[in-house]
Ligand binder design. Structure first.
Ligand code: ASN
Length: 315
């Protein structure tokens, strides 16, 4: 017990902590202003549901279990992401939405030193009815441009205190397939490719969760999904996709992933009735964004209340 307490009561540079929180506040205000100007509606997050994002199967995932509680006879899971709920909301007539969505992802302690994993974090999760990946690329590039400009102007003193000079990026960002990235940097391309660029880039076409749309028009395994990677070694900023929404395709993808369709029954019932719609979207991690903006070494350094896998939680 002694050891755990000692470890978590680290000495923090409170001046830096305050500067980081100021930069976060400026950035979040820019996010809200941007989405308002783009006519998005902000939805409230959900924390508990009979179903959540399975986050896989993904051989690279280190989530050890999904948080679950029992409440009045029902098993409810803690949100790993609101992807399924975003699709349901779009099916209910909402056209452009975003949510400041808290996620709990119980990652293995191995992730402690990655610098970018927190087991509790918030993502700016958005979805566009009838959207394509190209709509998302433009939207996110404009969003990041707005955030960077706002932070440069309104938090110049804080940036200076943190010794952070925000670079000028060139737009639009490059797009590279995972195939190209693996060829150049190997299977673990993310950090190497991120160190090798001074502007973010889009990494497209990943074989992952069932709700990310497969490119059914092409033979072989191609996917209409994407990650955005920050420069300077900071790694992944966002992940997203065009979505599967048709019942037969969802069932096919769920069975290929060896998941239990009963877990997603209410979502699949809507799909069966034609009540899900085509859409595209993504989620931009707030703490990872603030880590980048502030040039912080570890994501825990931007959290007032650290939530780092393998670190004890004291408050
Ligand atoms: N928010 C992501 C998306 O929209 C999903 C995720 O975080 N796993 O695709």
């Amino acid at each position: 017990m002694e050891r755990l307490v000692a470890k978590s009561l680290e000495k923090r540079d409170t001046k830096k902590l305050v500067a980081i929180q100021k930069i976060q506040s400026v950035a979040l205000k820019a996010v809200h202003d941007f989405f308002e100007q783009q006519h998005f509606l902000q939805l409230m997050p959900i924390i508990l549901s009979p179903m959540t994002d399975p986050l896989g199967p993904d051989p690279g995932s280190s989530v050890v279990k999904t948080g679950e509680i029992e409440y009045l006879g029902q098993k409810l899971q803690l949100t790993q992401s609101m992807i399924l709920h975003k699709q349901i909301a779009i099916g209910q007539g909402l056209e452009k939405i975003y949510i400041m969505s808290p996620n709990v992802r119980l990652e293995s302690a191995k992730r402690k030193s990655s610098g970018k994993h927190a087991f509790e974090f918030t993502q700016i999760d958005f979805e566009i009815k009838g959207g394509t990946m190209f709509n998302v690329f433009k939207l996110v590039e404009d969003l990041l441009k707005t955030i960077m400009e706002r932070v440069r102007v309104q938090a110049d003193e804080e940036l200076m205190l943190l010794n952070r000079v925000l670079p000028k990026w060139s737009y639009p960002f490059k797009r590279l397939t995972t195939h190209q990235l693996e060829e150049k940097y190997g299977k673990d391309w993310e950090t190497l490719a991120s160190l090798d660029t001074d502007t973010p880039f889009w990494a497209i076409c990943h074989d992952r969760e069932f709700y990310d749309k497969k490119d059914w028009k092409r033979a072989g395994d191609h996917f209409l999904n994407y990650d955005l990677i920050y420069p300077e070694g900071f790694g992944e900023a966002l992940s997203g996709a065009e979505r599967e929404y048709e019942y037969d395709r969802l069932m096919q993808r769920i069975s290929e992933d060896k998941l239990d369709p009963l877990k997603y029954r209410s979502y699949l019932d809507l799909a069966k009735k034609g009540l899900l719609s085509p859409s595209a979207g993504g989620g931009l991690g707030v703490e990872r964004m603030v880590r980048y903006l502030t040039g912080s070494k570890h994501i825990g350094d931007v959290q007032v209340f650290r939530r780092i896998p393998g670190e004890p939680v004291t408050y």
